[in-house]
Every structure is written in structure tokens, then in C-alpha cells.
Design a protein around this ligand. Structure first.
Ligand code: PHE
Length: 339
């Protein structure tokens, strides 16, 4: 056994290690679990006692030399790789993959910031609501056909608990808890029991606006919406208000903007009318103010509600609302460079 160890010692001393691969060869030959060193220690265990002292000494020398040689070279190669990492400052860096915001988030942020610039503050409310906040307080009498305008999801067949069909419910929550002047913008997700198609979905997003103070007039509403349309779609955008009906506003209107694709001259997108509808609005109905304990003699206000998907469709020319919730990376990737 003594001779085997001496032969091995010579082999270790003459083993040249010039690369990381050679170092690995060295390690696996001598130092690994099934390597020579372990093999020798196993044989050593069963050696007759009288031989142990002599063989033990030389076996120890072998062990020390093998480990030292391995460690020295390991440090060398590690240093080499380290210095490579730090020295070449001209090496191109790893590509940084930019994430992207969802188009709905981009547009929601933009709408909010447009209204914040004229003093509106954000308010939010729950998506699971009760009948009072979504309908009754908003002047939808029980059994009134206007409730059918928005097909509702009820929770556990309880007619009182439902998923809000519009963000107008947040108006009520705020008017119940705050005193005028109130000037708020209310973004949020809403739900309607509608068949899913390229134009409708069972959930979508709205931004609601509400301004209550003394002497707020329809002219204020119109001017605010004109400001919004021009900030959002460009300075040359025209608006028009068409009479409409909502139980919670009187008078009520729907607002169109001049088609931002053809500039108003008529194209397939605006069905050759030159106009596209973007929101509903009106003066807050006195009944709604009274339902929230705000005097309708002292205060007036306006409200409006718009669909974020609709504005996004117009802005980015997306023609299928389902794309917003399908998580198709090919669609979402296109918004990487947007804010
Ligand atoms: N809540 C209405 C809807 O979802 C929009 C609206 C809001 C209309 C505020 C007028 C005033 O259709």
C-alpha cells in the first residue's frame, strides 16, 4: 500500500493544471467521493495495526498535498473569472426587458391626471354593492324599467347584494359622507350580465366624475367636458351633446367627439357620421341630492361617466374589447413604450 501511495504522490506532483477543466479532472480523480484519496482511506481502515503508523504518515502527506494543490489552483481560476467580470467595461450589458403597463391602466392614469389638473380628487368604492347605492338612491325606483338598462349580476340570489353595474354608486357613498363642495373622480371596475362579444363584456372599467357646489351649471359641465376631450384627443377635437335619459341626472345628455380618425369628415369607423359617442352626463337630479341629505335648494351639481375601454379603443384603435382581458402577450407587448 505504501508503494501505491508513493506512486500517487508522484502523480499528484506532476499533474499539470492549466485550465478549469483540468482542475475538475484533478478533483474528480483524487478528491471526489469515489476518488483515489477516499479509496485509500477505506483500505487504510482495514490495515493491520502495526502498519498503520507508517502508512498513515505518508497517506496524510498525500492528503495535504492534494487539497493544497486543488485549493491553490481553484483560487487562481476563480480570480481569473472574477477579474474578467469586472475588467471588461466595454462588454455589452445583459438586455433589460422592459415590462409594459396594461392599456387600460395607461388610459385610466391619463384620464385621472387630466381631471386632477383642474382640482378633481380620486375616490373609490366597493365592487360588491347593495341595491340602495347602485339603484334606489340614484333615483331608480323599485320595479322601474330603467333598471333593465343595466343587466345586473346578483350575489347568491339575494336581490339586495349585487356587483355594481356602474361607478355612479360611488357618487352616493361620497355624498352621504361628505359635505359640498365635492369635486371627485371615481375610477373602477363594473359588471354587467351581457353576452361577451367584440363590443361588450361582462366586466369593464369606468371613470365617474362629480362636482357639487353652489351655482354649478350645465355650462360648467360642458366646459369641463370640452377641456377633457381636447386634452385627451387633441386641441382640434369638437364635442356635441345629445339629449338622453338617466334616472339620476336631469337634464341628461350623451357626449360625442368629432371622429379622431377622419377628423369629422366621415369614415367607416364613425359610420360616416363624423362623430363618436364617448360618455353620459347631466345635472345631478335633485332627488339624488336629497337622498344623500344634501339640500337641492342650496346646491346643484353635474356628473358624468365614461368607459375606459371605449376611450382606449379610440385612442389605440383597438377594435375588439376581449383583447383587454385575454392576456395575449402579442397584444400587450405593443404598449411597452407608452407611459
Ligand atoms: N352611470 C352611467 C352609465 O353607466 C353613466 C353616467 C354617469 C351618466 C353619470 C350620467 C352621469 O351608463
Amino acid at each position: 500500500m505504501k508503494e501505491t501511495i508513493e506512486q500517487l504522490l508522484n502523480k499528484v506532483r506532476s499533474f499539470t493544471i492549466k485550465s478549469a477543466e483540468e482542475l475538475e479532472q484533478f478533483r474528480s480523480e483524487f478528491l471526489s467521493k469515489k476518488g483515489k484519496l477516499n479509496e485509500l482511506f477505506d483500505q487504510f481502515k482495514v490495515l493491520p495495526k502495526e502498519q498503520k503508523k507508517e502508512v498513515g504518515q505518508i497517506l496524510n502527506i498525500l492528503k495535504i498535498e492534494v487539497t493544497e494543490k486543488y485549493e491553490q489552483h481553484r483560487n487562481l481560476f476563480q480570480q481569473e473569472t472574477k477579474s474578467l467580470d469586472y475588467n471588461d467595461l466595454t462588454r455589452p450589458s445583459e438586455p433589460i426587458h422592459l415590462g409594459s403597463r396594461h392599456p387600460i391602466s395607461i388610459v385610466r392614469k391619463e384620464i385621472i391626471s387630466i381631471f386632477q389638473r383642474i382640482g378633481f380628487v380620486i375616490s373609490e368604492g366597493p365592487e360588491i354593492e347593495d341595491d340602495w347605492h347602485v339603484f334606489t338612491a340614484l333615483n331608480f325606483p323599485l320595479e322601474h324599467p330603467a333598471r333593465d338598462m343595466q343587466d345586473t349580476f346578483f350575489i347568491r340570489r339575494n336581490p339586495d347584494i349585487l356587483l355594481r353595474t356602474h361607478t355612479s354608486s360611488v357618487q352616493i357613498r361620497i355624498m352621504e359622507s361628505q359635505k359640498p363642495p365635492i369635486r371627485i373622480i371615481m375610477p373602477g371596475r363594473v359588471y354587467r350580465n351581457e353576452a361577451i362579444s367584440s363590443r361588450a363584456h361582462c366586466f369593464f372599467h369606468q371613470v365617474e366624475g362629480l362636482y357639487i357646489d353652489k351655482k354649478v351649471s350645465f355650462a360648467d359641465l360642458k366646459q369641463t367636458l370640452l377641456y377633457f376631450a381636447r386634452e385627451m384627443f387633441g386641441i382640434h377635437t369638437q364635442i356635441r351633446l345629445r339629449p338622453s335619459y338617466f334616472p339620476f341626472t336631469e337634464p341628461s345628455a350623451e357626449m360625442d367627439i368629432s371622429c379622431n380618425l377622419c377628423g369629422g369628415s366621415g369614415c367607416a369607423f364613425c359610420k360616416y357620421t363624423g362623430w363618436v359617442e364617448i360618455l353620459g352626463c347631466g345635472m345631478v337630479d335633485p332627488n339624488v341630492l336629497e337622498n344623500c341629505n344634501i339640500s337641492s335648494k342650496e346646491y346643484t351639481g353635474f356628473a358624468f361617466g365614461l368607459g375606459i375601454e371605449r376611450i382606449t379603443n379610440l385612442k389605440y384603435r383597438v377594435n375588439d374589447i376581449r383583447l383587454f382581458s385575454e392576456n395575449d402577450i402579442r397584444f400587450l407587448k405593443q404598449f411597452t413604450s407608452a407611459i
